[in-house]
Design a protein around this ligand. Structure first.
Ligand code: ACM
Length: 269
């Protein structure tokens, strides 16, 4: 199983051009990739200034030109594609990611931990984390700032994920290092696809930090892109390695957990 992270620099609001750019980037891949991971909101850009502006580019899952285009690309490359998109629904717009396979949608995840001004425009995710199987690998989606909550990766790990697909638009500098710990503490792979570049709109400015990366179960950094470049980087995923939670002869990451001593926020004084 081969996974690739695709690092892009989308133009705000230029949906067709951003999809074209991804199509060109995927053509540069070596041809045997099983899963591509694209950034969060890769087709619209990130820095929205109003709900109206977001609504205008959001797409419902059952009538989405972006998902149709991703489906075409998935068939063309005989691969799955994880990608962020603005999901229109009756109750608002979700910051979502799809896992699209050659035969159609495998999973949709609605970002649970909204970052910063996303809270003004997006609905918080309303469904639990999910793990789905593709070509024998168990995959879970989370989005960008979910990294800041270790419960996100732990939930996906406890659901049996071998690899976490992590579309992102990172602005804070700490995530690449944190994801090394997330991979190691759960003994699984993580694939973070970030964007790069600057968005400067309406007096607001974000610089995205690039550094898309794939990390292995021992916290080994397998590939990492630069801070300011388009990139497509891949790594082999060893499912047995991710599934073996044994740490030496006496410890097992799952069997040694002591849930009876762990604290829920509702238990704390
Ligand atoms: C982020 O969650 N886009 C930082």
């Amino acid at each position: 199983m081969k996974v690739a992270v695709v690092q892009t620099n989308p133009e705000f609001g230029e949906v067709a051009a951003n999809l074209d750019a991804v199509e060109r980037q995927l053509k540069q891949s070596e041809g045997d990739v099983d899963v591509f991971v694209l950034p969060e909101l890769f087709q619209t850009g990130y820095l929205f200034l109003s709900k109206q502006e977001l609504r205008a580019v959001a797409e419902p899952v059952d009538a989405s030109p972006t998902l149709d285009r991703l489906h075409d690309l998935a068939k063309q490359h005989n691969a799955a594609i994880a990608a962020g998109f603005a999901e229109a629904s009756a109750d608002g717009v979700y910051n979502s990611s799809v896992l699209m396979g050659p035969r159609g949608v495998l999973s949709i995840y609605r970002k649970i931990h909204l970052f910063h001004e996303e809270k003004l425009y997006f609905q918080p995710g309303d469904r639990p984390f999910e793990v789905v199987e593709f070509r024998g690998a168990r995959m879970g989606l989370m989005i960008c700032f979910d990294w800041r909550f270790p419960e996100s990766t732990r939930s996906l790990a406890l659901l049996g994920a071998d690899i976490i697909l992590h579309p992102s638009n990172l602005v804070l500098p700490w995530c690449p290092a944190a994801m090394i710990t997330r991979a190691q503490e759960n003994n699984l792979y993580t694939a973070t696809a970030n964007r790069w570049g600057v968005e400067d709109r309406g007096g607001k400015k974000h610089r995205y930090i690039g550094q898309s990366q794939i990390v292995g179960p021992r916290g080994d950094l397998l590939v990492r892109a630069g801070e300011e470049e388009d990139a497509i980087l891949s790594a082999e995923i060893d499912l047995e390695f991710a599934r073996n939670k044994q740490v030496g002869p006496h410890n097992n990451l799952w069997e040694d957990r002591r849930e009876e001593f762990y604290v829920r926020a509702s238990d704390s004084p």
